[in-house]
Design a protein around this ligand. Structure first.
Ligand code: SF4
Length: 373
């Protein structure tokens, strides 16, 4: 057991009270992020619901028989236009990983759309959205090569790929990543390493609840922190709590409890580099106010227009109520771009994106329009 593993184990499962742990994490959050709790006003653009994988918890993915499809260009533009008009800054392209490698139907549809691959169609869609609107594209297309990331960087300030878990037990039969092609941890880390080489700011994170033992939780958090320390392209870590969904392999799997989740969040904040944005999704816990003083500084994307395509049963919180709840903790809800202030530098952004970002931000690196707070 390494020194860090021991510390993480003691922090999550040791005798220190949750109250004390959260207070330490909250102080560390305030040291770097001050009183800000941020969110990204965004629209989801589900470019394709098909995927070459089939994870045991996913309700986003659809086979061609289940009406899996691509959005056409008009559909992409009409979502983006509505998002732009609603004052969003992020166009989140949500999509399965290269479905054309599994489904002939996907290739046929791509050809009808004038493209030979999902990546090519994604790039063309991001280009038009970036050029036409105030929105900034951000995509989670799964595994990405260096060449693909270089092309994404031309049209977006950041991208994302979840690590999900470092545990290899979840590849076993009946487990979350059984027979998946894209969820092997080494492949996910290769993509994150590619992002570092291309200087492309990225979001990653864990899906907590896929594993079943305390040891796996401790290893996940330790490995995450060790990796984040090495990869300076990581701007943000999402700690997402697994929610069991009907009609999935994991429909009866247990979900992580609030107290354990809070201790994991606080521990991650305490041992991560200070600039790392720590996010919990705002719509996956019954009471998000419990998390506001746990060490998080961000609530991810909240859309005024579109559902959460990945967790469609879970509604977004009401922004006005959230603002009020946050103010009672002495903090302020602020909008942010899909790139964090720390990464708004020429070395991390394509020159045109850098210019577009700079036209929107204030001196703190957040969108100028903050008048409602
Ligand atoms: S890779 Fe993503 S989209 Fe594809 S099945 Fe897994 S979770 Fe769903």
């Amino acid at each position: 057991m390494t020194e860090l593993t021991r510390k993480i184990n003691d922090s999550i499962f040791g005798s220190v009270s949750t109250k004390e742990l959260l207070a330490n994490a909250f102080e560390k959050k305030k040291d770097y992020f001050g009183n800000n709790i941020t969110y990204s006003p965004k629209v989801f653009i589900p470019l394709t619901t098909m995927c070459r994988d089939n994870c045991g918890y996913c309700t986003f993915v659809k086979s061609p028989k289940e009406s899996g499809t691509y959005l056409n260009q008009d559909e992409v533009l009409s979502i983006a236009e509505a998002g732009d008009e609603a004052g969003c800054y992020e166009a989140l392209f949500t999509l399965g990983d290269k479905p054309e490698l599994k489904w002939d139907f996907a290739l046929t549809q791509l050809k009808e759309l004038g493209h030979s691959s999902t990546h090519e169609y994604l790039i063309s869609s991001m280009k038009v959205v970036n050029e036409k609107f105030n929105l900034f594209p951000h995509a989670n297309p799964g595994l990405m090569s260096k060449k693909e990331i270089k092309e994404l960087k031309n049209h977006s300030p950041s991208g994302g790929i979840m690590i999900e878990s470092f545990s290899k037990n979840i590849y076993d039969k009946g487990k979350a990543h059984y027979k998946t092609d894209t969820k092997y941890i080494d492949l996910r880390l290769d993509t994150l390493n590619n992002a570092l080489e291309e200087k492309y700011p990225v979001t990653t994170g864990l899906l907590l609840g896929l594993t079943s033992t305390k040891e796996e939780i401790v290893n996940d958090i330790t490995n995450l922190i060790n990796y984040v320390k090495k990869n300076s392209a990581i701007q943000e870590v999402i700690l997402q709590n697994f929610r069991a969904k009907k009609n999935t392999l994991m429909k009866n799997s247990s979900e992580i409890t609030n107290d354990l989740f809070l201790r994991i969040i606080a521990t991650t904040r305490i041992y991560s580099p200070t600039h790392i944005s720590l996010q919990v999704p705002p719509n996956l816990s019954p009471d998000i106010t419990k998390f506001l003083k746990s060490g998080i500084n961000d609530l991810g994307g909240i859309s005024p227009l579109t559902i959460d395509w990945v967790n469609p049963d879970h509604l977004w919180p009401n922004i006005n109520k959230l603002k009020l709840d946050i103010s009672t903790t002495g903090q302020v809800l602020r909008k942010r771009l899909p790139v964090y202030p720390e990464f708004i530098k020429k070395e991390w952004l394509n020159s045109k994106i850098f210019e577009k970002v700079n036209n929107i931000i204030d001196t703190d690196g957040y969108p100028k329009e903050q008048n409602e707070q």
